[in-house]
Design a protein around this ligand. Structure first.
Ligand code: NAG
Ligand code: NAG
Ligand code: NAG
Ligand code: NAG
Length: 311
């Protein structure tokens, strides 16, 4: 991505963070009476990003696109999906394997004993298939699935969840290793987001290590405080979001590990994680002392140097 594109993305991400209603929100609310409200506390069937980094949350025949806005019918977004047997999605994940361009960034949905592959929101020829035809050794009637790239898992893998069993599918060798993580709640959906792994259960979620299953920290947490914009939830982050025309970047840097950070006022954003969408965070979330933003930033020998001129 060139810098201009990144800047436009930043603009868009900041605008979304501002809580602008999704286009078409009004018509949607009128058209369907029993549209579920995710702020009431929903147990999702599946959660997955698409190839553009937009996260989709599925429940019954409805889907929410991104972290705010109302539900719509899932077969309006992924045609053919809930039309089949009127059943809900059991699990979904986005394929990350960059070596095999045939499936890279395809979204796989699981319903009963069938798997559906979508690219560009279009069902691929030859689908649905039997799950075992595409993923030998993986059971039907799954609870959840998530991508796990090499570096985070030992090999490029997909984790398939059923009860307390986790089937770790190696994408290149097609070998399956089954683990049992009884300490983790039964996940009805699992999301990899910004290099972390989240098991959703009820309206809560629990972050876990994708290799060991270890849960570190205080969980469960209420998903409404983190993964959706709900009145009376969250951390009051509605402030300070500028208009697109006012956006001016203070600093941008890439560290030795390839992480690219962009700074603007009190916010920062990672640009290298655009496959998960671009999300602005308070600078103080990561660098507690930087309460006044930055003037310049550079990376040198494994360190990031941040410059703020105090007048
Ligand atoms: C739909 O139902 C039929 C009959 O019960 C079954 O054979 C078929 O596998 C189901 N399809 C899916 C995608 O679950
Ligand atoms: C994606 O789908 C849209 C509309 O369905 C179509 O106009 C576009 O050409 C497709 N893009 C690719 C890369 O296939
Ligand atoms: C959610 O977590 C809270 C504790 O944070 C717990 O009291 C509650 O029972 C959990 N609810 C569900 C549906 O998992
Ligand atoms: C748990 O978190 C603490 C503090 O963030 C960290 O020092 C520790 O290494 C973590 N342990 C595991 C097993 O991830």
């Amino acid at each position: 991505m060139d810098l201009l594109t990144k800047t436009l993305f930043l603009c868009l991400a900041l605008a979304l963070a501002n809580g602008a209603p999704a286009p078409g929100a009004d018509e949607e609310a009128d058209a369907h009476v029993a549209v579920p409200d995710r702020c009431e506390g929903i147990e999702f069937d599946a959660i997955t990003p698409d190839e553009k980094g937009t996260t989709f949350f599925f429940k019954g025949c409805h889907v929410w696109k991104g972290f705010h806005g109302p539900a719509q019918l899932s077969n309006e977004v992924f045609k053919e999906l809930s039309g089949i047997n009127h059943s809900h999605v059991d699990a979904a994940f986005r394929m990350h394997n960059t070596e095999n361009t045939d499936v890279h960034d395809h979204i796989f949905f699981f319903q009963g004993d069938k798997v559906f592959s979508y690219y560009n929101h279009t069902l691929e020829d030859g689908y649905p298939k039997q799950i075992q035809e595409q993923f030998p050794g993986i059971p039907s009637h799954l609870d959840a699935a998530v991508e796990c790239p090499r570096g985070e898992c030992t090999a490029d893998s997909v984790l398939f969840f059923k009860g307390h069993d986790v089937h770790v599918y190696d994408i290149s060798t097609k070998q399956v290793k089954t683990k049992n993580w009884p300490h983790l709640p039964v996940c009805t959906s699992v999301l990899r987001w910004l290099e972390h792994y989240y098991c959703f259960h009820g309206h809560n979620f629990t972050r876990f290590n994708p290799v060991s299953g270890v849960v570190n920290g205080t969980y469960p947490k209420d998903a409404r405080n983190y993964f959706m914009k709900c009145p009376n939830f969250g951390h009051g982050s509605h402030s300070m979001v500028p208009k697109c025309s006012d956006i001016k970047i203070d600093a941008i840097t890439t560290d030795d590990a390839g992480k690219t950070y962009l700074f603007r006022g009190p916010m920062y954003m990672r640009l290298d994680t655009h496959r998960d969408g671009l999300h602005p965070f308070q600078i103080t979330r990561t660098w507690k002392e930087l309460t006044n933003g930055v003037d310049a930033v550079f990376s040198f020998m494994d360190k990031i140097y941040m410059i703020k001129v105090e007048l």
